[in-house]
Design a protein around this ligand. Structure first.
Ligand SMILES: NC(=O)c1ccc[n+]([C@@H]2O[C@H](COP(=O)([O-])OP(=O)(O)OC[C@H]3O[C@@H](n4cnc5c(N)ncnc54)[C@H](OP(=O)(O)O)[C@@H]3O)[C@@H](O)[C@H]2O)c1
Length: 302
């Protein structure tokens, strides 16, 4: 095989219609990789496709509609992406789409909005693609995390050992606020560790670095002003995307993540096997509930 061709990756990235995902798509295309990105709807998908093509007319890029608020959309997109994956497998999958401080605290499934969008739907999609990959094919999965991961290292937040308390921590509250966002990023990092145990799968969490993107659109003005005071900690979106690409194109030893451009040890609660087990059990229970209620809804309409 031509060695240049062997280095060309097929990359799937969620939520590339703005910010880090958009910039990562451009940079991956510039490097000659093939990119399939996801967009909430066709309008956003077409607009993004046009924007990429106007910068890079020869880019090998396409999109799939995936609305993470709706399980119907997640199931449809999963079927479509699994078909693509079986035909021409993805080498890299980047779980990037996310929401922060959404106005609606709960989804129609009674879940914390941030938990569903940032974590659970990605969990569902990633495991389907892992299962569908051709035998012997290697899949590398990048989970977008955050600097907030560090807040679970005993202070100010703890991850309970007790399973019921663990599930309560992720349950919807009056607001899907900062803690929900941090928990979704904790869950993605812990998920990356469990994915590492799958055959022919590697996974890594990455904190891309703080950058002014539309993820902060629901942040209060007061908080945004505070952010500006700490302007020196902000990096350009292109640099944050470059950190994501670093995580996408290299494997990192289990128990570690990419904190911007540095490989560092994951906080202990993320690598704790009991927490990982609680996370998987909880996610499977919730997905079973959603899927069975969707099946009974469908059969009631027949
Ligand atoms: N920016 C930072 O400082 C920072 C720091 C650490 C980690 N991160 C992480 O980096 C990743 C990218 O964030 P960003 O800063 O680039 O934010 P962004 O510009 O808001 O991008 C988020 C992407 O996710 C998509 N998305 C959100 N909710 C969705 C839904 N329900 N269904 C489908 N797509 C949805 C958005 O699509 P729409 O435009 O349709 O909403 C958008 O394409 C996130 O995982 C974020 O947590 C960011």
């Amino acid at each position: 095989m031509n060695s240049e061709k062997a280095n060309v990756k097929r990359v799937l990235i969620t939520g590339a219609t703005s910010g880090i995902g958009f910039s990562a798509t451009i940079q991956l295309c510039e490097l000659g990789h093939t990119v399939v990105f996801t967009a909430r709807n066709e309008e956003k998908g077409e607009k993004t496709l046009k924007a990429v093509k106007s910068l890079l007319p020869c880019a090998n890029v396409s999109y799939c509609v995936l609305d993470l608020d709706s399980f119907e959309s997640v199931e449809q997109a999963t079927v479509e992406l699994v078909k693509l994956h079986e035909f021409s497998p993805f080498d890299v999958m980047i779980l990037n789409a996310a929401v922060m401080l959404p106005p609606e605290s709960q989804t129609i499934y009674g879940l914390d909005s941030t938990f569903q969008v940032n974590f659970l739907t990605h969990y569902f999609l990633a495991l389907k693609l892992v299962k569908a990959k051709p035998e012997g094919h290697h899949l590398h999965i990048v989970c977008l995390s955050s600097v907030l991961l560090k807040l679970f290292d005993g202070f100010p937040w703890r991850i309970p050992k007790n399973e019921m308390k663990f599930e309560r921590l992720f349950s919807p509250k009056e607001k899907s606020g900062w803690k929900s966002y941090a928990l979704s990023k904790f869950a993605l990092a812990a998920f990356s560790e469990t994915l590492n145990l799958e055959e022919n799968v590697s996974a890594v969490a990455v904190n891309p670095g703080n950058s002014m993107t539309s993820v902060s659109r629901h942040m209060s003005l007061k908080r945004k002003r505070l952010f500006k005071i700490f302007k020196s900690s902000l990096i350009p979106v292109e640099d944050a995307a470059r950190n994501v690409i670093r995580a996408a194109l290299q494997t990192i030893p289990s128990g570690h993540y990419l904190d911007k451009e540095k490989i560092v040890a994951l906080p202990r609660p993320v690598t704790d096997h009991q927490s990982q087990k609680h996370l998987i059990n909880m996610s499977e229970k919730i997905l079973d509930r959603i899927i069975s209620s969707r099946i009974s809804e469908k059969s009631a309409t027949l």
